[in-house]
Unconditional design. Structure first.
Length: 373
């Protein structure tokens, strides 16, 4: 492989890239836009859940319970109901996500030894995710409030005190989990779509004849075309990582060098896949569509970015091993949040290296310098 010919192909591709406004936007503007858009749009945090309250007890104890719900920050009381008949109406209309009902004998049951005081929280199950989270919040609030009430007046602290700690994401902010995974998803899409245009563009513009007349080998063409996009991909990762840290406050606890090396492996495979698609279909429109389907849906649905892989059916869990974004999501979350090193991430590194070799191999095999008669 001649370095001079290799750099000549890379320089030619860079010049073509600069002249293509669509590719420039795709390369330098779209990654940051997608990070900002999805970073703000996607969240699993549920706060200020609107609820209505039907307090049939109207005692100090019922007001304290209600204050515990409000003070948690998870629930917002938007209406006080006067009768049980209004409960169904509020949930049907959708003006609230839940209705908290405190029965008339709440304070009496709370004071009675050996008797449990009961309250009711009705939730709108049409939004199962919000209902599940709200139910967990309510259970924790009631448990904590009940424990405090039970301990009031006792001379000593309980013999056992539970202190829980959450590592790596102490405040359980979903954005800190979303941003590292989002970087992996964005780079899967952008890398494949960038190079999906390169060979197809040569065919559509009629410049493939000139390239075929040169003495460069197929491997030199593939690597030469890949180098500019590899540099752009690394630049995009730097920008998105910096934006994630500055705008969203996502911590980067691990090695920047390790992240760079593993990103290089991942981008090489993704770019090789794009060149393979471009060489195989020879149409920019078709290549873009195939690249989008081959990267976007698997990266979002099967990489572990949005859905837990362990919860998937057995067949789909097996399919996820074929999705390179799965390994890069593990890398970004591990380095960002846990600060893990190469001793932990070496399986992902080996699999992404295999992905890079396969991507380059497919691209080289699919690219033909010979023109059809």
């Amino acid at each position: 492989m001649d370095p001079v010919r290799l750099l000549a192909v890379a320089r030619k591709e860079w010049i073509q890239l600069r002249r293509d406004t669509r590719s420039v936007i795709l390369a330098f503007i779209l990654p940051l836009f997608l990070l900002l858009f999805f970073g703000y749009a996607i969240t699993w945090d549920v706060n200020d859940i609107p609820v209505a309250v039907l307090d049939e007890d109207r005692t100090r104890e019922s007001r304290e319970l209600l204050e515990a719900f409000v003070a948690s920050g998870y629930f917002t009381v938007v209406e006080h109901l006067e009768s049980p008949q209004a409960v169904d109406d509020r949930l049907v209309v959708g003006s609230v996500d839940g209705v908290l009902t405190i029965p008339p004998d709440y304070a009496r049951d709370l004071a009675a030894p050996g008797r449990a005081a009961r309250v009711q929280l009705l939730l709108d199950g049409s939004d199962a995710n919000t209902a599940t989270i709200a139910l967990n919040y309510a259970d924790a609030i009631v448990t904590r409030h009940g424990a405090r009430v039970a301990l009031e007046g006792l001379p000593a602290q309980p013999a056992i005190a539970l202190e829980s700690r959450t590592w790596y994401n102490p405040n359980l902010e979903s954005r800190h989990m979303i941003v590292p995974g989002l970087i992996a998803v964005i780079m899967s899409i952008i890398a494949a779509m960038l190079t999906a245009l390169t060979i197809a563009r040569e065919w559509e513009r009629g410049t493939m004849e000139q390239l075929a007349a040169t003495p460069v080998s197929r491997l030199e063409v593939v690597i030469g075309k890949l180098l500019p996009y590899l540099a752009i991909g690394l630049f995009d990762v730097v920008v998105t990582v910096a934006a994630g840290m500055i705008i969203f406050g996502t911590p980067l606890n691990g090695s920047v060098l390790l992240l760079g090396v593993l990103t290089l492996l991942f981008l090489t495979g993704a770019l090789g896949l794009g060149i393979f698609i471009s060489a195989a279909v020879k149409s920019q429109v078709l290549a873009t569509q195939i690249a989008m389907v081959a990267t976007y849906l698997p990266a979002v649905l099967l990489s572990g970015f949005m859905f837990d892989i362990a919860s998937m059916p057995t067949v789909l869990r097996g399919v996820t091993f074929l999705i390179p974004a799965r390994y890069y999501v593990t890398v970004t979350r591990g380095i960002f949040l846990k600060g893990v090193d190469a001793t932990v991430l070496w399986p992902q590194a080996v699999l992404m290296l295999l992905y890079a070799v396969i991507g380059l191999g497919l691209a080289t095999r699919a690219f033909k310098k010979e023109l059809a008669a």
